[in-house]
Ligand binder design. Structure first.
Ligand SMILES: Nc1ncnc2c1ncn2[C@@H]1O[C@H](COP(=O)(O)OP(=O)(O)O)[C@@H](O)[C@H]1O
Ligand SMILES: O=c1ccn([C@@H]2O[C@H](COP(=O)(O)OP(=O)(O)O)[C@@H](O)[C@H]2O)c(=O)[nH]1
Length: 238
């Protein structure tokens, strides 16, 4: 199958993995992993950044009087758990060439990372799962997605949303008349404060001239469809 891209960085939020009451849905993990395996088997070079929002976000720290920096590191650890859950599901589906690279060195369960090694392994068909975010508090995995995309030489960041098909001029869940954008510049994201990623990530992507494609991953094979170019989405580029 011909895909639009040859190397991508796929950003998944933690929300994508959860069920109604559990931090993990077996069905959702399998649905995501199945598509990732098909894409990798068809030659797409895949880097994946996974968030931690199904388990913990730093902003929750305030609820328990926890300093932001401590709360953020809990969120960083949540991303490690999610990366291991995804790795295990991908391997259970029979695809063994997976590396989990963590910004926090956790030798027992993650691989040590340098971008040159990751690029070589990806040329051999290895999927790179990046966990631990940037490894710094006060950031989010959106920023880490842009950083890792630059490092692996990705053609684009594929930003998966849950139930929203792309970027609008306002929150479509609050404003039924929100206008959908098929195309946008990075600058417009910042200028119009469109909440689709944090401004640090948008600015970094603009400076690196890195395209971002925002799509809704909820839907049968939507991750495959967006790579084939057959899914309506928002493309952000200069
Ligand atoms: N301009 C916008 N375009 C699209 N979605 C927006 C916008 N502003 C706010 N939203 C809201 O942001 C939500 C996605 O939030 P986000 O934290 O990025 O989700 P995810 O956890 O999927 O990454 C959407 O469900 C939507 O309700
Ligand atoms: O570089 C990073 C990435 C993540 N986080 C923390 O980890 C949490 C989970 O990451 P994120 O919110 O990006 O996950 P997602 O919303 O994509 O599930 C964030 O709220 C932050 O508290 C962080 O401190 N630094």
């Amino acid at each position: 199958m011909k895909y639009k891209y040859s190397t991508v960085l796929l950003k998944l939020s933690g929300e994508a993995l959860k069920s109604e009451n559990e931090i993990y849905s077996k069905e959702k993990l399998e649905e995501i992993a199945k598509q990732i395996v098909e894409l990798a088997n068809n030659g797409l070079k895949l880097g994946i950044v996974i968030g931690g929002g199904n388990i913990w976000r730093g902003k929750l720290g305030a609820d328990i009087n926890m300093p932001q920096i401590d709360a953020d590191f809990m969120g960083i650890l949540a991303t490690v758990m999610n990366g291991l859950a995804l790795e295990s599901t991908i391997k259970r589906l029979g695809y063994d060439k997976v590396n989990v690279y963590s910004s926090l060195q956790i030798e027992t369960v993650t691989d040590d990372y340098n971008f040159k090694k990751a690029r070589l392994k990806m040329k051999e068909g290895y999927i790179s799962i990046f966990v631990g975010g940037t490894g710094f508090a006060y950031f989010t995995t959106d920023t880490n997605s842009v950083i890792r995309a630059i490092e692996i030489g990705a053609d684009a960041v594929l930003m998966a949303k849950n139930g929203v098909k792309g970027v609008y001029d306002s929150d479509p869940n609050l404003n039924p008349n929100a206008k959908f954008y098929k195309k946008l510049t990075h600058r417009k994201i910042a200028d119009k404060q469109l909440r689709v990623m944090d401004l640090t990530a948008a600015t970094l992507a603009k400076d690196a001239k890195l395209p971002i494609e925002v799509f809704d991953m909820q839907g049968p094979n939507n991750i495959i469809k967006v790579m084939e170019g057959s899914l309506e989405s928002t493309i952000i580029e200069e």
